[in-house]
Design a protein around this ligand. Structure first.
Ligand SMILES: [Zn+2]
Length: 297
């Protein structure tokens, strides 16, 4: 199988192994076990390629430009001359609409999906500012998943446990990290590219405590380890847009490289862990990987 599952985790970088600031140093993760200047050993022959998120542009990397770069393969920070925070502005939205990996793959009739479910509120009153991923889906014609799909086990909420939804009063059962992983892997099997976005890491990195970061990352680690264990075929990529939660000594993003974790045959499309790579390199490699398999099929 050639299918690719892409898990995008907002705001996680590779920092030093320091228990006072880096929550990843406070527990023994199965997947989230990358530290500066250390070789990484991942389960199931996974590979970690440190990935530059600063993109040759002065200042601390931010979400809108980082995500646009990640999902288009174009250096969006260089295009607009700075790192842009939070939601993509007009120029970035245009880049996403015309050049996103969803758009390119949909044009080539690959099966593409976004695993995240949206609440009814989103459809009733579409917010003025939308995320890079939402912009990518809407412009490429990739259907947004709903609470109905969440209920039938064919979508995940941005909090894959559904805890936040239950607290909001939704009648949705809780997922264990393992159950959430099963949903994602099943969805991945039916698509050439399946993307899942998780951004609580960035929120906790901005506003949380070290203890809250450890609690959250333990759960994310359990989820990712279960995805890795269940990816019997196909490829898995886990990556981020910029550092943040790996340094809880302050509430800001970091300039650390982000991890790009790779499992399966897509590893062959990437450089070795010691060769430099940046956020621009990910989308084109996913495309090459899928194109290559189609040619051989
Ligand atoms: Zn942030």
């Amino acid at each position: 199988m050639h299918n690719v599952v892409l898990v995008f985790i907002d705001g996680i970088g590779i920092g030093p192994r320091d228990q006072r600031s880096n929550p990843l140093a406070c527990f023994s993760g199965k997947v989230l076990r990358f530290f500066r200047d250390e070789d990484v050993e991942l389960p199931e022959h996974g590979m970690c390629v440190p990935t530059d998120a600063c993109l040759g542009v002065q200042g601390v990397p931010q979400s809108a430009t980082g995500q646009t770069t990640l999902f288009t393969g174009i250096n969006a920070a260089a295009e607009v001359g700075r790192h842009v925070q939070a939601y993509p502005s007009g120029q970035l939205r245009q880049l996403i609409s015309s050049q996103s990996i969803f758009r390119t793959l949909m044009n080539k009739h690959f099966r593409v999906t976004f695993a995240n479910a949206y609440t009814p509120r989103y459809f009733e009153k579409r917010p003025r500012w939308i995320s890079a991923t939402t912009q990518m889906c809407e412009s490429a014609g990739v259907q947004l998943r709903t609470m109905e799909e969440l209920g039938s086990g064919t979508a995940l909420f941005m909090d894959f446990t559904n805890r936040i939804l239950q607290n909001l009063g939704f009648d949705i059962p809780l997922n264990s990290p393992v159950q959430a992983a099963e949903i994602l892997v099943n969805l991945g099997r039916d698509h050439d590219l399946c993307l899942y976005e998780f951004f609580l890491t960035d929120l906790v990195g901005h506003r949380g405590t070290l203890e809250e970061a450890v609690t959250l990352l333990r759960e994310v680690d359990e989820f990712l380890a279960a995805v890795v264990a269940r990816m019997s075929s196909g490829s898995l990529i886990v990556t981020s847009d910029h550092g943040n939660i790996e340094d809880m000594s302050h509430g800001l993003h970091t300039m650390n490289p982000v991890p790009t974790l790779l499992w399966g045959s897509i590893q062959k499309a990437f450089p070795s862990p010691h060769q430099p790579m940046s956020l621009v390199d990910i989308a084109p490699r996913i495309e090459d990987h899928l194109d290559g398999h189609r040619k051989r099929a």
